[in-house]
Design a protein around this ligand. Structure first.
Ligand SMILES: [Zn+2]
Length: 433
């Protein structure tokens, strides 16, 4: 289908801060094929009048555990270990495919409504998540979060290795790249060297990316150093080849300048999850310094269990302000840099051509209603987007050229059925009385 979005202010994310004031953006299939201030030649099967709206690339939520919507607000007010062991892990042991499907749908819908067009998700029962993502129309890099406890290692018996193989075979490259499968290690502290070696080799052999939780808490970071002769998670995983592919490292709160040098050299992206890190008391990732050191920094929500919502504009605003406060420097993160974290940097982190409005890039686009009360007046479009907008201002979400949400209506998810399924099936299963 050929679509034309006309008369719209367009934030191109071209690295030069270009905002076209009355633009035309044409989409053919799943790609952008024209951007300019002249109406392009030819006819279009669909025209979307962008008058009063701002068009920008859809957000990339580069670290999520989408189905954890089920645990929204559950077990709040406990320290991280008690929260995981007494609340989250017992619930996770009760998942089945049907509950996973509706809770994933709920999470995907929430993200779609706040302007997310692409996610990197790490969770269990990933095959079910992949089915729901495929239907939703969103782009996703999916992984299983491999763990290895206890003695010995047999990849044919390790359930995460078995799941990794099945996921790759069934879903990697699905629908022209809508779904990509990444290799993954849940974290250094939940696995051992044989799994690191296996995943590194598997990623290399199949041309996959890598997704790992890294140095989220101080205790995790210090325990790794104690186990591995002073080496941090970035450093010890580097020795096993884990970073010899495109890689994303979630959190990086306690990473060091030595780690950043490795990250910059190997092209490991840091995924900043500021709300989750503050809520769980993990700390503040030094992302301004990391960016200065040459590390690509993108943005994530983490699971809803530690966020507790995925209005991506909330994460964006916090990311834009947090470094300024911590560094006592109002210029530490400029609004354009924060918006880059949420868009083009996320695309780079996930190995995708998304996050820019330019010909040849994926047609992942959102419209934001700039007639909204909280966006009036507008002295600076990027400033309003970063500091003043909410998810409820998103008027349209287009992923891969398909309009999947417009003016509050979902076109790929039956949201009333999903909510019923969550209340009537998933919650009684996961939280038995
Ligand atoms: Zn996480």
């Amino acid at each position: 289908m050929k679509t034309l979005i006309s008369n719209v202010r367009a934030v191109l994310m071209d690295g030069e801060g270009t905002v076209l004031s009355s633009a035309f953006v044409a989409v053919q299939g799943d790609k952008i094929d024209y951007v300019g201030i002249q109406r392009p030649q030819g006819s279009f099967e669909r025209e979307i009048d962008g008058e009063g709206n701002v068009l920008l690339p859809g957000f990339v939520n580069a670290h999520a555990h989408t189905a954890m919507t089920a645990m929204r607000g559950y077990g709040d007010g406990h320290n991280l270990q008690d929260w995981l062991n007494q609340y989250i892990f017992p619930v996770e042991a009760r998942w089945d495919g049907r509950a996973m499907a509706c809770c994933a749908d709920l999470g995907l819908a929430e993200m779609i409504a706040s302007g997310v067009t692409c996610i990197a998700d790490m969770y269990m029962r990933t095959n079910v998540v992949a089915q729901r993502v495929a239907v939703s129309g969103l782009n996703a890099n999916l992984c299983c979060g491999g763990v290895l406890f206890g003695e010995g290692f047999d990849p044919d018996a390790n359930s995460d290795c078995v799941a990794q193989r099945a996921l790759t075979e069934q879903w990697h490259g699905h629908n022209g790249g809508q779904i990509l499968v990444d290799a993954s290690i849940h974290g250094e502290y939940t696995s051992r060297a044989p799994l690191w070696e296996w995943m590194a080799a598997y990623a290399k052999e199949h041309g996959l990316g890598m997704h790992v939780h890294v140095s989220e808490t101080q205790s995790e970071h210090e325990a790794c150093k104690a186990r591995h002769g002073g080496k941090t998670p970035i450093q010890i995983l580097d020795e096993y080849g884990v970073w010899d592919t495109r890689a994303i490292a979630a959190h990086c709160v306690w990473t060091t300048p030595e780690d950043w040098a490795i990250m910059a050299e190997k092209g490991i992206s840091c995924i900043h999850n500021p709300i989750s890190n503050l809520k769980l008391g993990s700390g503040v990732a030094p992302v301004a310094a990391m960016a200065k050191a040459g590390v690509n920094v993108a943005l994530g929500t983490d699971g809803v269990s530690s966020n507790n919502c995925t209005d991506f504009f909330g994460d964006l605003k916090l990311a834009a302000m947090l470094q300024n406060g911590v560094n006592h420097d109002p210029l530490a993160t400029l609004p354009a840099a924060a918006l880059a974290m949420a868009t083009v940097n996320g695309g780079k982190a996930l190995g995708r051509k998304t996050g820019r409005i330019a010909p040849g890039w994926d047609a992942d686009l959102i419209l934001v209603d700039f007639n909204a009360l909280n966006l009036t007046p507008c002295h600076d479009v990027i400033s309003n987007l970063v500091y003043a907008a909410h998810g409820c201002n998103v008027a349209m979400n287009m992923a891969r050229g398909q309009v999947i949400y417009q003016n509050g209506e979902f076109f790929t998810i039956d949201i009333e059925r999903v909510k019923q399924e969550v209340y009537r099936y998933a919650l009684p299963l996961l939280f038995p009385k």
